[in-house]
Every structure is written in structure tokens, then in C-alpha cells.
Write a protein that binds this ligand. Structure first.
Ligand code: ADP
Length: 386
């Protein structure tokens, strides 16, 4: 089955056409500046489609220019927030679209854009099945003691303030591949998965299910990321508010100016590692903070899963930065973890073991592929329906 995978943002739309069985990408692209232009009718200064419907026309034209006539079996949407309702990918109908829309307050930047993408496709291809695959769904298995914040219950009951977790599609996909690499049935896999991209989160997996994860109510909680702070004392925000910072100021500072960027002046791990190796003290400090914070989570999640059977690195940094993996592993001696320096520094696109035979548990690198996971989940939902 050919699946069009859509990741719809407020001003951009990423797409891929996937052959699910072959696991291949037939074509892919990115439409940017949505809502900023005049749709190419020549009387405006800025390029870009007027809205998501026009962006979709561009996607359609690009796919046909590249691949000719082809029969799509379904569309799979990456939807950021599934709230407490969605624990699985679902076939989209009008009621589901409205349910996703009702979650807008929980993900004000993302869910409205996801809904625009869904509605644009419903209008253009009303008979094409669409499936929503939620970033939060894999974490619906979190036990209450892991998802609760210790604040008055009314914040949860009236506002849905609890931990949801994100990157679920990636954590689930990597869980399955890691279990396969270790020759374990997935429901016997206990481990810790570190998804380290621009956004970063770590998940505790017990019996193949997520039992804790570092992102919370929003993707800001947890690890030090490219431009996000991760965990901090919430009183800092109260302090800043009393000092005259607006909610928007605080939001921008925490989400766009913090993390590696705040500490080292650069949000790109490669640049920070290079700067550190060239003697930049701030870059070295940023790496120390970032790796220490991750190591603490790994230690905690080792306990949460009752003894991990593996530690798994994935996403841009996890798959590519042997220097960062080594910094983290160096702090995990108490767990008996030891990397093989040679295996760690080998570059490969394959799932692999990078620890020594004597390491108490294996350390793996498992490349993630969220689009393939979305395409597979979409095909699995659509197929039984015919
Ligand atoms: P996103 O969350 O945007 O999908 P990615 O998973 O692509 O992010 O990860 C981006 C991060 O991966 C950046 O910090 C980048 O520096 C890092 N990265 C990518 N390639 C390498 C590499 N070869 N060595 C070190 N870091 C890398």
C-alpha cells in the first residue's frame, strides 16, 4: 500500500509517499510559508500558498510530477496531541477531527495545524481513508503515579494538567526494533530509550510499554534540548513573572533560547561538540550539563522498569554523535555499562550494539523512522476496514 504521510505545521507541510511493504520513500518534500503568500496569482510580494488547501494542491502536483499516476491507499497524519482519549492510531471521520480540534488548548501550536491538514485532504480527496497517529498515544500506558503532578486535583480535572509525553511514535518503533535486535518478544523488553534530536526525550519501557517518559504536559519538560531548557524549578517562572516578564517572554526564553543554545550559544550538537573539542569552555559545560541530566534520567528509569535489559540511543544525536553517547555512558559506570570505543565510533544506518561483551546490559543504537512508523500504523488501521 502507498501511504501519503503528512506532518502539518502552522506554516509548513512535510510529506512523504511511502511504500509500506518495501519500507521505501517514493518521494518527499516540504511546503513552507503557508498563509504568507498570495498563491502565486502575481500581485503579492511574498511567495507561498494562501492556506493548507493550496499547499495540498502543491503537494499533489509535486507527487504527480515525480511519480505520474499512482494510487494512494491512505493518508497518515502525524498528530501531536491525542489527549487522554487516543491510545491508538484511528481512522479519521468528522467526529475524530472535532475531537482532535477540542484538544487544541493542550497543543496550541500543533493540533490546529494538524486539523487544517486533515480538513484540506477531506475536501480534496473525500474518499481517501485518513488515519491520525498521535505523538502522545504510546504513553497512554503510563501508570497514574508517573503521569500525575503533585498539584491540586482541580488542575487535572478542570484543565487536563497532567503528564502526557511525546515522541511516542518514535519510542514505540524503536522499542520494537530494539527487542528484535535482542531476539526478545516485545512484551519481554524492559529498557530505556533515549530519543535525542532537536527535541529530546527518554522513555522507560517495561514489557514493551511506556511506563514513564521525560516530556510532560508539553514537550518542554525533561532533558536539556537544542533550544529548550527541560526541567527547572517552576519558581523561576514566578520570579520572572514578578520581575515583569510576560507569559510570551517566558515561553520564548524556555522554548527557543535555552538548552544547548542558552548554554553554548548554538543549538546544533555537531557544532557544540566541535567547539568543545577546540577548547570552548562554554561548549564543554553545555555538554556536561546535557549528558549529566540524561544520565540521571537513565538511572531513574533503570529503577522504574525494574532493571533495564538495554539502553537504546536514537534520533539525530543518538544515532550520530559518538562523542555525546560516550559522555553519557561515562556517567553510567554504576549500572555496569561499558561502551566499546571502536563500535561506538563506527558509523552505520543499521541497528547495532555498541557496548562491550562485559557491559552489564547492552547499549544499542537503533535508527528511528517516524514516517515509516506512521505509514505502517496507517496501513494497519485501513486494511481491516477494507
Ligand atoms: P529533529 O528533532 O528536528 O527531528 P534530528 O533527529 O534531526 O532532530 O536531530 C538533530 C540533532 O542531531 C542536531 O543537534 C544535530 O546536530 C544532531 N546531529 C545530526 N547529525 C549529526 C552528526 N553526524 N553528529 C552529531 N550530531 C548530529
Amino acid at each position: 500500500m502507498l501511504v501519503l504521510v503528512i506532518n502539518s505545521g502552522s506554516s509548513s507541510l512535510k510529506y512523504q509517499v511511502r511504500d509500506v511493504a518495501a519500507g521505501s520513500v517514493l518521494t518527499e518534500g516540504l511546503i513552507e510559508k503557508i498563509g504568507m503568500g498570495n498563491g502565486g496569482d502575481g500581485d503579492g510580494e511574498i511567495e507561498g500558498p494562501r492556506d493548507h488547501a493550496e499547499a495540498l494542491e502543491q503537494v499533489d502536483a509535486a507527487i504527480h510530477a515525480e511519480l505520474g499516476d499512482l494510487e494512494l491507499g491512505a493518508v497518515g497524519h502525524r498528530v501531536v496531541h491525542g489527549g487522554e482519549r487516543f491510545a491508538e492510531p484511528v481512522l479519521i471521520d468528522n467526529e475524530i477531527t472535532r475531537a482532535i480540534e477540542r484538544l487544541n488548548p493542550l497543543a496550541p501550536l500543533h493540533n490546529p495545524a494538524n486539523v487544517l491538514g486533515i480538513r484540506a485532504i477531506t475536501k480534496k480527496w473525500p474518499d481517501l481513508p485518513q488515519v491520525a497517529v498521535f505523538d502522545t498515544a504510546f504513553h497512554r500506558s503510563l501508570p497514574e503515579h508517573a503521569w500525575r503532578y503533585a498539584v491540586p486535583d482541580s488542575l487535572y480535572t478542570n484543565h487536563g494538567i497532567r503528564r502526557y509525553g511525546f515522541h511516542g511514535t518514535s519510542h514505540e518503533y524503536v522499542t520494537h526494533r530494539a527487542a528484535a535486535l535482542l531476539d526478545l518478544p516485545v512484551d519481554e523488553f524492559d529498557g530505556v530509550i533515549a530519543h535525542l534530536g532537536n527535541g529530546a526525550s527518554v522513555t522507560a519501557i517495561r514489557g514493551g510499554k511506556s511506563v514513564d517518559t521525560s516530556m510532560g504536559f508539553t514537550p518542554l519538560e525533561g532533558l536539556v534540548m537544542g533550544t529548550r531548557s527541560g526541567d527547572l524549578d517552576p519558581s523561576i517562572l514566578v520570579f520572572l513573572g514578578r520581575s515583569g516578564w510576560t507569559p510570551e517572554d517566558i515561553d520564548t526564553m524556555l522554548n527557543r533560547e535555552s538548552g544547548l543554545k542558552g548554554l553554548a550559544g548554538n543549538n546544533d550538537m555537531r557544532s557544540v561538540v566541535n567547539a568543545s573539542e577546540a577548547g570552548d569552555a562554554k561548549a564543554s559545560m553545555a555538554l556536561a550539563v546535557t549528558s549529566y541530566r540524561l544520565a540521571k534520567y537513565i538511572g531513574g528509569y533503570h529503577v522504574a522498569v525494574g532493571g533495564a535489559k538495554a539502553l537504546v540511543f536514537t534520533a539525530g544525536i543518538g544515532e550520530n554523535s559518538h562523542q555525546f553517547r560516550a559522555l553519557v555512558a561515562d556517567k553510567l559506570g554504576a549500572l555496569g555499562i561499558a561502551l566499546d570505543a571502536g563500535l561506538n565510533s563506527q558509523r552505520s544506518k543499521e541497528p547495532r550494539v555498541i557496548s562491550t561483551p562485559g557491559s552489564a546490559i547492552p547499549v544499542l543504537v537503533v535508527p528511528t523512522d517516524e514516517e515509516q512508523a506512521i505509514a505502517e500504523a496507517t496501513a494497519a488501521v485501513v486494511r481491516p476496514a477494507g
